[in-house]
Structures are given as structure tokens and as C-alpha cells.
Write a protein that binds this ligand. Structure first.
Ligand SMILES: [Zn+2]
Ligand SMILES: [Zn+2]
Ligand SMILES: [Zn+2]
Ligand SMILES: [Zn+2]
Length: 350
């Protein structure tokens, strides 16, 4: 992996939630998905292991500077929060790619000024879904395509029976109030099922020569996990397996991450992932399901993110060393949302 081609992402709190709406083409963690193509949403992805709807994890906007195809381009990641669904290299993770040309029915050629976003008519714990209005009904709990609706009031929409059930204790309080909600823009409540929402800032990775690591500091990095923040559970399992740097892959990983210790993702199109540990790496991603071109590496999420999200504290929480996305190397033209390939590398157990 050459230093100059890698970009790293950091989280940032965003005070104005309207900037997370689709017309601002956000890259973010958590909350509801901001759908690039609001007219043709995928069905809510279901965990093949436990049967629950997967939870929206992140979206990465990576446009292609090619007006004809993929001028706008966003990847959407969904996963199961349940740790037991990740055992034996099972992958309860799905990623979708959506592309639009510059000339499209949803967004103008000029960017929407950030100043136009008005935070005043939106509650602190809500997200704005006006851009989705009029195209597709979206689930009031998770923000995914919603083929079901409340049979009493016909105005609350859900992706699945599971989310309808989840929402009932709150929805029953205003179930009959359908006239009031007719003309208002849809605001979605942030349910506790969702991940905490963060903005993602992308920067070029620091070059090695710009980082002065003296030998003492390097020794500290190699011998401790606090230069690289990981959940308590990770630290425990890592120190058991790698405390004496028995895995050179892990040492190399820590050294590379130490250039930007608070990074939560790495973006290096067509390059290779930086695997934290030597086991359970993905050897070959299957080819693109649409054009059959090989898929190449695009982006990976780091366990620093789980630490920030407070995931991994509970025994039943998911836990992984990295989550890697592989996408069509040809960026083939797609309508609607097509599935790409995601791989979670879990820590060895033992
Ligand atoms: Zn599951
Ligand atoms: Zn839902
Ligand atoms: Zn109702
Ligand atoms: Zn393709």
C-alpha cells in the first residue's frame, strides 16, 4: 500500500442534522441512511443468521468525477449488532452501491449551500427525511424501504413486522392523529436500535517521513494498546494473542495506524486492505454480480469506530478487527442499488 494513495477518515460531531440529508451527499456513521436515489430503495436487509433486520452502519460518498456514470456514488453498509452472528466467519454484513449521473431527476448541478439547511424546524433527536418524501415510504424506525403500514391510521410505515412491533409503544400514543401528519415533512425519530450518528471527515494519510516516531515511542506502541484505542474486550483478547507481538501483521498494523491514531476508516481504491491480524483475511472477493468484473478493495472500517460507538462493552455485542468493502473495479453502470461485497475479519478465539 503506497502512502500517497491512502485516505483516512475521522469522526466529527455534526451540529446541524440537516447536513445529513441526501442533497448534501453525506459520508457518515449511524443514524438513518440518507438515500442517494430516493425512488428505488432496496428492501431492508435481513440477517441470515438471526432473522432480525440489519442495522444501518455507515454510508460513504465517493463520486467518480465522471458525469456520465457515477458522478454521484454512495456505498451503504448494514450489519447485525449481535456478536453471535459473526462466529465461524459468518458475515451478517451487506453493502450496497448506488450511482447517479450528474444530470439526474433528484439533484441539481449546483451544490446546495450548507447555509440553506435550517435546523430550526427539526427536533434535536430527529433526522430529516423530506428528500425521501413523495418517492418511497420509509420505515419510521430504521429509515429503510417500508412496504408495511399501520392498519389503523395508515400513516406510519415500517420495513418489517419486527420494527412495527418495536415502535408500537410509542406509535400507539398518536396512532389516530392522521390529519395532523398529512402535510408535514417526515421526521424520523432516532430509535435506540440505531448507531450513534457521526459525520466523517476524510483526509490524506500522513506520510511516514512526516511522522517522527522515536525508538522509545515505537517500543511503547508495540507494547501497549493505548496508542490504538480498542474496546476492553478487544484489548483483552489481543493482549492474550498478540501481547508479545507474536503476530507480525498486528505490529505492522499498529505502526501504520500510529500515523493517524484516531482514524476510523481507510480509503484506498483498488489498493489492498491493512489487515489487523493474520487470521481470517478475505482471500478473494467474488466478482461483480452485474458486469462480472473483479471486485477490488475500496474502504475498510477500523475497531476504533466500535470503541467510539460504545460497541464491544457487552458480551453479546458484535466485535471485529476490521470491516472491509470490495466493490466493482469497473464502477459499472447501475440503476437503483446493487449489492457489493463486505468482509468482517474477526479476532481469533482461543
Ligand atoms: Zn444477526
Ligand atoms: Zn425498519
Ligand atoms: Zn397507527
Ligand atoms: Zn460491475
Amino acid at each position: 500500500m503506497s502512502g500517497s494513495s491512502v485516505e483516512v477518515g475521522f469522526t466529527d460531531a455534526l451540529n446541524n442534522p440537516l447536513l445529513f440529508s441526501p442533497e448534501h451527499f453525506p459520508s457518515k456513521i449511524g443514524g438513518h441512511p440518507a438515500w442517494l436515489n430516493p425512488a428505488n430503495l432496496p428492501s431492508v436487509p435481513i440477517c441470515t443468521i438471526c432473522g432480525d433486520p440489519l442495522v444501518f452502519f455507515s454510508q460513504i460518498y465517493a463520486g467518480l468525477d465522471r458525469p456520465s456514470n457515477g458522478f454521484h456514488r454512495t456505498l451503504y453498509v448494514f450489519l447485525c449488532r449481535r456478536g453471535s452472528c459473526y462466529t465461524d466467519n459468518k458475515q451478517p454484513v451487506r453493502v450496497f452501491r448506488c450511482q447517479l449521473p450528474a444530470d439526474n431527476p433528484f439533484y441539481g448541478l449546483q451544490p446546495v449551500p450548507e447555509g440553506d439547511a435550517d435546523v430550526n424546524d427539526i427536533g434535536e433527536n430527529k433526522s430529516f427525511a423530506q428528500s425521501h418524501n413523495g418517492y418511497t415510504n420509509i420505515c419510521g424506525v430504521c429509515g429503510c424501504k417500508a412496504p408495511l403500514k399501520c392498519s389503523k391510521c395508515q400513516s406510519a410505515h415500517y420495513c418489517s413486522k419486527s420494527h412495527q412491533k418495536y415502535d408500537w409503544h410509542e406509535h400507539k400514543l398518536n396512532c389516530k392523529d392522521q390529519t395532523a401528519s398529512q402535510n408535514k415533512p417526515v421526521h424520523l425519530s432516532k430509535s435506540s436500535l440505531l448507531f450513534k450518528e457521526f459525520d466523517i471527515i476524510i483526509e490524506r494519510e500522513k506520510e511516514k517521513e512526516n511522522v517522527e516516531i522515536d525508538p522509545e515511542e515505537l517500543a511503547r506502541i508495540q507494547n501497549s494498546s493505548d496508542a490504538y484505542q480498542i474496546s476492553g474486550k478487544d484489548a483483552e483478547s489481543l493482549s492474550k494473542e498478540y501481547g508479545k507481538d507474536s503476530d507480525p501483521t498486528f505490529t505492522k498494523f499498529k505502526e501504520r495506524i500510529s500515523r493517524d491514531p484516531s482514524q476510523i476508516l481507510r480509503y484506498a481504491r483498488h489498493d489492498t486492505p491493512l489487515w489487523p491480524v493474520s487470521t481470517a483475511q478475505c482471500s478473494a472477493a467474488p466478482p461483480c454480480g452485474v458486469c462480472k468484473a473483479p471486485r477490488s478493495f475500496e474502504v475498510q472500517f477500523l475497531p476504533t469506530l466500535l470503541y467510539l460507538l460504545g460497541v464491544g462493552k457487552e458480551k453479546e455485542d458484535m466485535d471485529w478487527a476490521t470491516l472491509v468493502l470490495f466493490t466493482c473495479s469497473k464502477d459499472c453502470e447501475v440503476e437503483e442499488y446493487v449489492e457489493e461485497f463486505a468482509w468482517t475479519q474477526t479476532y481469533p478465539t482461543g
